[in-house]
Design a protein around this ligand. Structure first.
Ligand SMILES: Cc1ncc(COP(=O)(O)O)c(C=O)c1O
Ligand SMILES: N[C@@H](CCCC[NH3+])C(=O)O
Length: 416
């Protein structure tokens, strides 16, 4: 069953290994909380995308996990980057991503970020509003540059995911309404410092069923044909990311080939280059968060396992009520208990699991929180002045630190 999350995750003689490395040994050497990612898994996922979409550009969504060593790994498999901030552009360039493979979305790009991306000569801006078109045009003029753009179109499709991570519905802040798209394209065509080269859309995240993609791509392709007929040179069709992953035991990891199969017939007359922006489906199940059991508490009606990882390390359960599967690092054959797994933070929302059936564990045991390679460390914080976790990359029996554990001095270093 663990193999369905990640084929490199397995028990060997009762001890959990990831990509050939003992997680107990890593926890003892580097301490906890500890994020560990499998390089083999990440490579496999990029390859699966490239195989399913052989002529497409895969722009890894850096927001899922911005560690430059992870971006570098993905880049070495031929991927570019999808960014949403100047910081993500910096991380991508640090990792050696070719700027000609970088696309930049986001509703609130600042002038400084826009200038940075223009001077880096990225592939294209995915523009999200009329005002952004105007500002981009003005900045490009001042810099004496012509800027390639796509307009992010909001197709009003329900991705059937958590409302906080649905981005392609009418009421969401993202993109321009599909009904206004033709008008916005005409407007952009008249701005002399912009070159309209693409269409962008991204309907949401953790999408397990491919049918919303079919609906969105049909709408986008209709717009594409209209724009081509109207004389636009649309060279890129960027359909965003969002493919989901297995979090719960009863779910499965959808494959990029499932997506390809579903949308290829709709794309058959499209000459533009396809761009995809997967994040979670590349790194999500590469990673585990290792945490140590500090205390057990039995309140009679309720049992608690108190661990050293909190909502500052993994915020997904608190903000999306997200399920993350948890297994002991050393296999237990004893009885199961029903328990909450909670962190040390001063918030009732500080939990990793509620009412979970877990093998009975004791103080000092290690637990592995699965499916934490995406939006785990990337969303972590210093809340309660807690140093952020160490990150390790494991690769066929070898391991290395890709981010050191923080300490108190580091956290307070910018305070005066
Ligand atoms: C514009 C854009 N592209 C790509 C992604 C990546 O999404 P995911 O990690 O779900 O593949 C996101 C996040 O939802 C996004 O906002
Ligand atoms: N942070 C979200 C995904 C957001 C995707 C970005 N648009 C999650 O953990 O599921």
């Amino acid at each position: 069953m663990l193999k369905d999350y990640n084929k490199y995750l397995e028990y060997r003689n009762g001890e959990l290994y990831l990509d050939g490395v003992s997680l107990k040994a890593l926890a003892e050497e580097f301490g906890t909380p500890l994020y560990v990612y499998s390089a083999s898994y990440i490579r496999d996922r990029v390859r699966a995308y490239r195989k399913a979409f052989p002529t497409a550009l895969i722009c890894y969504a850096v927001k899922a996990n911005f560690n430059p060593q992870i971006i570098k790994l993905v880049k070495e498999e031929g991927a570019g980057a999808d960014i949403v901030s100047g910081g993500e552009l910096y991380a991508s360039l640090q990792a050696g991503v070719d700027p000609k493979k970088i696309v930049y979305a986001g509703v609130g790009k600042t002038p400084k970020e826009i200038e940075y991306a223009i001077s880096s000569d990225i592939l294209m801006f995915n523009v999200e509003s009329r005002m952004e078109l105007e500002v981009l045009d003005q900045i490009a003029e001042r810099m004496g540059k012509k800027v390639r753009i796509a307009i992010r179109v909001n197709p009003d499709v329900d991705p059937k995911t958590h409302p906080y991570i649905s981005t392609g519905m009418k009421k969401s802040k993202f993109g321009v309404d599909i009904k206004q798209a033709k008008e916005e394209y005409e407007y952009a065509r008249n701005l002399k410092n912009l070159e309209v080269v693409g269409i962008h859309c991204h309907i949401g995240s953790q999408i397990l069923d491919v049918s919303p993609y079919i609906e969105a791509v049909e709408k986008i392709v209709e717009l594409y044909h209209y724009l081509i007929k109207s004389g636009f040179d649309i060279r890129y069709l960027d359909i965003g990311g969002g493919l989901g992953i297995k979090y719960k035991p009863e779910q499965s990891n959808p494959e990029p080939s499932d997506l390809a199969e579903a949308i290829s017939p709709i794309l058959k007359d499209v000459k533009a280059k396809l761009i995809l922006e997967p994040g979670r489906s590349i790194v999500g199940n590469s990673g585990v968060l290792i945490t140590r059991v500090e205390f057990l508490k039995d309140k009679g009606h309720k049992h608690f396992v108190i661990v050293d990882a909190g909502m500052n390390d993994l915020i997904r359960p608190a903000i999306y009520d997200a399920y993350h599967h948890i297994v002991p690092v050393e296999k237990r054959d004893g009885r199961y208990i029903k328990t909450d797994v909670v962190g040390p933070i001063c918030e009732t929302g500080d939990f990793l699991a509620l009412d979970r059936e877990l093998p009975e564990v004791g103080r000092g045991d290690y637990l592995a929180v699965l499916s934490t390679g995406a939006y785990g460390f990337a969303m972590s914080s210093h809340y309660n002045v807690r140093p952020r976790a160490c990150e390790l990359l494991v690769d066929e029996g070898k391991y290395r630190v890709i981010r050191k554990r923080e300490d108190y001095t580091y956290i307070l270093s910018l305070n005066s």
